[in-house]
Write a protein that binds this ligand. Sequence first.
Ligand SMILES: [Zn+2]
Length: 685
Amino acid sequence: MNTEVHQKVTASHLKRNAYLYVRQSTMRQVVENTESTKRQYALRQRALALGWPEGHVVVIDSDLGQSGASAVDREGFQTLVAEVGMGRAGIVLGLEVSRLARNSADWHRLLEICALTSTLILDEDGIYDPAHFNDRLLLGLKGTMSEAELHVLRARLRGGLLNKARRGELRCRLPVGFVYDAAGHVVFDPDTQVQETVRLLFHTFERTGSLNATVKYFRREHLLYPTRVVAGAHKDDLVWAPLSLHRACTAVHNPWYAGAYVFGRARWHKQPNGGCRQERLPPDQWQVLIRDAHPAYISWQDYERYERQLRVSAKAIGFERHAGPPREGPALLQGHAVCGLCGSRMHVQYYVRKNVMTPNYVCVGRGRLFGDPQCQTIVGTGIDAAVGQLLVDAITPMALELALAVQQEMAARLDESDRLRHRQVERAQYDADAARQRYMRVDPANRLVADSLEADWNLKLRVLADAQNDYQQRRAADRLLVDEHERQRIVALASDFPAVWRDPNTPQRERKRMLALVIEDVTLIKQREITASVRFRGGAATTLTLPRPLTAQQQRATHDDVRQHIEGLLDQYTDAQVARILNERGMRTGAGEAFGAVSVQWVRHSAKIKSLKERLVGEGWLTVQQVSAKLGIKRTAINRHRVQGKLQARICSDGGQWLYWIPETKPPLSTEVRSRVSSTAGAAV
Ligand SMILES: [Zn+2]
């Protein structure tokens, strides 16, 4: 062996570095399995013995705590491959070299590179030269064995786990609110505060129908939610923290709370980058599902209903055109409005107009994804009113059918729960029968055993009697509920629909729920008119056409004939005078207010009507400046002439501005004025 070793190790190998690769796959091994780590470091002595100088042994141990299943995340292994590839390595040392890589592809790549760069490989068993066929064959086998070993190990573990899980005996990490008792059964957490808090979570979700609302309720009431620490020194300790949406979501989705033992709810897929992706499986693909395995916080029916509800909510948040759960806002079509231009679900935005919350249906369309501008925005008031009216018109002939359908569904649901309850009676019956048989089989002389079996039989009989009693009572109560009270209420509700709908005391949320029962969605398009295509559940459809609602500006606009009035009056009067006259004639602005000089000005500006001054100037009237320039006299003189009546003048604005009329055939002026006029005219020429 020794000679062989020396044959393999040559001077060219010794010139290069020796790389010692140290790895433990998990952090736990790093902490607990120190012996293996020591052995790995001891290989260093082998390298020194083979002749490598002290400074040329490089230890790569950055992969401690990393699994060998893939090389992607293992920085150290990649460094090793790089060093070997660049021909800097004379030898690679590892405890069991095949464990350098637990993945055949990685391992064979390393061997290939080692062969090319004539790098040796050393483990506890010996020294190999991958350039030699026999050595390479052996190393290849070692790698394959190592991979197979990993596979068999994993399969055995997995198989064992699965078998145990199939019997419902595999201990899983329990959701908060459950603990294992001494016998290993899942029971309610004896801490009543924990129990009550978990119950409150489900009650609140039942009441609000929304995870968000549940979380908000907990926050508003300053309620904390219990959590168990998953790992670390404080493992399994109870911690109280504010309820997060994630936690609430996980709890409501968790079938353990419905009393089911579940295993294998997710599947893991390997990613090209070496990572793993979790895929949640639908219930029919779960590996193990044992119902009624332990006490439950909610019934299985509730669980399934919540799942449906959450699916609907998830769709409402997503990009798809699906309905959302009704909320408090007044927008009737919330969650049901679809954009007719791009097909996205439309959002609701509220704004306050005259102290009333008014909805806008807004399509952000693909803008949300691609940063485009908004698709279309439609004022919701008119549409809501029209759809409401449509519903009131449509629901009357449908009333009876609706009521019957609802009743049928409720009856079906009751039958189902009735069947499940009867199972309990059957089980109690079976237990009692079994106890009886055990008692019958025992030797009567064996008093001690017979007594205890008899006691057991009695106990089982009592349980059976209780179960039967309970079943009968519930059944009677259910029948009563549907037969009388519920039925009447439903029928009354259906036939009184218009009244209920119009009743101002009916909360808008209820109105939206009623709408959701009947209407699938409403597709809106805003063009010259607004088109609302209403799709009823069951396939019927109808289209409503509505005028476009006026914009705020249009709503405030002055009525046409008032504007014509203003136009006529402005021939003679200033803005303030026009306002006074309009008010005397009982006319009002578009907003329903009395006119003032300012509002007349607004009307003039918006309708582009000329003011009195503009009209007069257009006719040839001159301002005082123009007169001064034309006649060459000072302002004071012009004023004097006006007061003396020598100049024809009139007021043209509310500010008291004068305009003057200087006819071409000049009116007789005083000699003084005339002489000045001629002199300035001469000077100008
Ligand atoms: Zn759109």
